[in-house]
Design a protein around this ligand. Structure first.
Ligand SMILES: Nc1nc2c(ncn2[C@@H]2O[C@H](COP(=O)(O)OP(=O)(O)OP(=O)(O)O)[C@@H](O)[C@H]2O)c(=O)[nH]1
Ligand SMILES: [K+]
Ligand SMILES: [Mg+2]
Length: 343
């Protein structure tokens, strides 16, 4: 049996297994197996065919935003509207075949916006240019999932599944679980909160599936088996995602209202230039950039020219942005780890 078949077998079994107390170990184990096969599926192709021409765009500016969506939802139209770069837009699918970068200038920051080919179901397994597109998405600070407002929900759940299957976690934080493999001593399991989804036995079963027999595990949060598996597997990316419903000129006011109220969602029309300012405001919030204004002694700060820092930046980062040798000239060492307020 190939890996794809194994994956589909397990998915089917998970789907037909009722979720209850009696099946929780069985389900936990199935999920661990599934995560393992998916990881295998992604490994070999990394070196082989994942690099398409035009996909290795240099990171530039203060942050990177990737446009992910089905074909013809309006990604290229959006890039051409928001940046000075023109990306061909047309009514036929797969107009865009490579990664096209543009720059949004907003509040003194340069935000790199990447237009990408449309992706479809099966993208993670290499359909179309799905793999390359997803590889680029992993490098972004924020993903804009662009959806056609007339067919939004189906597209949204399919794409979420694709991204989920390659370890991208949207609008979720890293599970608060301390996990450390050891050389010996068996598995030590503890939790600081009441656990309703995982137990010591289930954690052990999952760890054994990964051939881990010695480790320290501390749950600081009531996590699910899936979240625990994410921690063991380790290479997950946790990313803010804005769901952008485009083409609202095609749907009723009631429908616009319903979509606009969904969490992490913005409704727009590129065609009629509706709500684009609000989208930018939301994007800025999701990027969570910090602006620092500097001033010369005795003068007013220059509010037109900020030092833009990303989440997790330290005082050392600020010094480097002012001058490369500044940090080394301080008498006391400059903190190189982030202050908690920024992290
Ligand atoms: N009615 C309407 N049409 C739009 C809107 N935005 C884009 N379109 C149209 O949708 C079609 C597809 O737009 P593109 O920008 O090429 O879409 P894309 O997502 O880049 O498509 P691919 O590159 O093929 O994946 C074009 O005919 C656009 O004119 C909108 O807000 N309303
Ligand atoms: K198109
Ligand atoms: Mg396009």
């Amino acid at each position: 049996m190939g890996i794809l078949e194994k994956i589909s077998e397990i998915e089917k079994e998970i789907a037909r297994t009722q979720k209850n107390k009696a099946t929780e170990y069985h389900l936990g184990l199935l999920k661990a197996k599934l995560a393992k096969y998916r990881a295998q599926l992604l490994e070999p192709s990394k070196s082989a065919s994942s690099k398409g021409e035009g996909f290795d765009v240099m990171k530039s500016g203060d942050a990177r935003v990737a446009l992910i969506g089905f074909p013809s939802v309006g990604k290229s139209t959006f890039l051409s509207l928001m940046t000075s770069t023109a990306s061909e837009a047309a009514s036929y699918e797969f107009t865009t075949l490579t990664c096209i970068p543009g720059v949004i200038e907003y509040k003194g920051a340069n935000i790199q916006l990447l237009d990408l080919p449309g992706i479809i179901e099966g993208a993670a397994q290499g359909k179309g240019r799905g793999r390359q597109v997803i590889a680029v998405a992993r490098t972004a600070d924020v993903v804009i999932m662009m959806l056609d407002a007339t067919k939004g929900e189906v597209q949204r759940s399919l794409l979420e599944k694709e991204l989920e299957s390659v370890g991208i976690r949207l609008n979720k934080h890293r599970p608060n679980i301390y996990f450390k493999p050891k050389k010996g001593g068996g598995i030590s399991f503890n939790s600081t909160v009441t656990l309703t989804q995982c137990s010591e036995k289930l954690v052990q079963l999952i760890l054994h599936e990964y051939k881990i027999f010695n480790a320290e595990v501390l749950f600081r949060e009531d996590c699910s088996p899936d979240e625990f598996i994410d921690v063991i597997v380790g290479n997950r990316v946790y990313m803010p995602c804005l769901y952008v419903y485009n083409k609202i000129d095609q749907i009723s006011m009631e429908e616009v209202d319903r979509l606009a109220r969904k969490p992490n969602s913005v409704v727009i029309s590129c065609g009629m230039k509706l709500n684009l300012d609000y989208l930018l405001e939301m994007l800025w919030e999701y990027l969570a950039l910090t602006c620092i204004y500097t001033k010369k002694r005795g003068q007013r700060p220059d509010f037109t020219d900020a030092i833009i820092l990303r989440k997790g930046a330290s005082v050392e980062h600020v010094c480097h942005r002012i001058h490369r040798s500044l940090a080394s000239q301080f008498k006391a060492p400059v903190p190189s780890t982030a202050r908690s307020e920024w992290a």
